[in-house]
Ligand binder design. Sequence first.
Ligand SMILES: *[C@@H]1O[C@H](CO)[C@@H](O)[C@H](O)[C@H]1NC(C)=O
Length: 311
Amino acid sequence: MRVERRVLRIHEQIFEDLNDYLKKGKNMSVACLISMILYAVQFGGIEETLGRLFTAMVVQNCMDAPSKLVRAVIALIAMDNDGGIVFERTRKMVKDGLKELPSLYAYKEFAPTPSNVWIDKANFNIKVRDTYEDGKRCLGNYFYETLFTKPIYVDTENAYEVLPHGSKIALVTFCDADMKTVLLWRIHKHTRKEVENMKKLMIELSKVRKFAAFGREEFFDPILLADFDIGGTSLKSLAMSHGIEMSKTETMSNWTAEELRDDQIQYAAFDAVVLHLLHQRVDPISSEEVARRRMMKKKQRRRRRNRGMFF
Ligand SMILES: *[C@@H]1O[C@H](CO)[C@@H](O)[C@H](O)[C@H]1NC(C)=O
């Protein structure tokens, strides 16, 4: 099989990214890995030597997957993407196999709530919205009432490349622990103007409700976020130290996919809900303190720069 240099480069890059990720001992879901293979063959057939490496990676990381699916993936890796019927049929088998994979996640926080349960004991309702109008309508509900006691917990998920609206952010998560809703606002198809308007809306919202996150989330600038990141540890380890288990198998998955898999939805939602669970045990660094520390750092940098100028 002849493979164009450009295509080979892309495949090598994909392999390296996956390999780096897996080498760090991080988990990746079968669906996530196989989606990447589907993505790779879009550009053309995979060169043989590299193909063997991909195959080994699939064999090693998809031990729990149905063998029929794994066989189809391996066949696909060895094929030339000539657009022929055999290639297309194999690709379809893999795609269909992906849809049939059982869910990895079954967070009890997202189980349906029986109708006789009060809202404070209710589970979270996840809403996925992917147009600006729908996102805006949904976030609009976060304004009402004044009895809210909890901040809005936020998080973001990234695409692989910069999107038309000018950043890599594909999805913004808002968890309202008072209303027990999680909004997954998908912005990967938004225009620059729509994201600007979304930011204006968030700024309005930040006047009536506080926001909290783990670590710096520049997407929300200039809104100040309370921060659960006390330094030196990941969110996963911090959660673990408080007895909350969270899985990180979808970090690298395709957040611009036409439709998100159920696992991706639960994963993204839990990244914000976990902050609510943490908040029942620890307090975040307040947004005022975050602002003060940021200002101090800026001053220090300026002082260092000035010293550099004089000596
Ligand atoms: C992600 O999904 C989109 C939409 O289906 C597709 O165009 C893109 O190639 C996918 N990217 C990856 C890395 O799978």
